[in-house]
Design a protein. Structure first.
Length: 111
């Protein structure tokens, strides 16, 4: 049945399908993402709803939201996610850390 639905609406992802796409590293309290990773991959991996086109990069999503290039170590809240700029230079965002509400809650309960 799932195969038939996928033929009609495209790929269907569930918990058992979660594979880590290239450019995403799992952390204890979130994920680290390369700036060029597409939003579609983040949506599928974290199972979250974020604004922007699936083909937009994480970097573009951030810049579109804050309307500037962020600095390294800057922390932002975008679409209910905590985004920490891990590495940026000049006009590029190289790496970011993303935390969902569930990873923020679980890290608080450990302390």
């Amino acid at each position: 049945m799932e195969n038939l639905l996928e033929e009609l609406v495209g790929e269907i992802y569930d918990e058992s399908d979660r594979k880590r796409p290239s450019g995403i590293t799992e952390l204890d309290d979130g994920i680290e993402v390369e700036g060029g990773v597409e939003l579609g991959a983040i949506r599928k991996y974290l199972l979250v709803d974020i604004r922007g086109k699936n083909s937009d990069s994480v970097s573009r999503w951030i810049v579109n939201d804050i309307e500037r290039i962020p600095r390294t170590d800057e922390q932002l809240e975008i679409d209910g996610l905590t985004v920490e700029i891990r590495q940026a230079s000049g006009r590029r965002i190289h790496k970011v850390k993303i935390k969902t509400a569930s990873t923020k809650d679980s890290s608080k309960s450990e302390h």
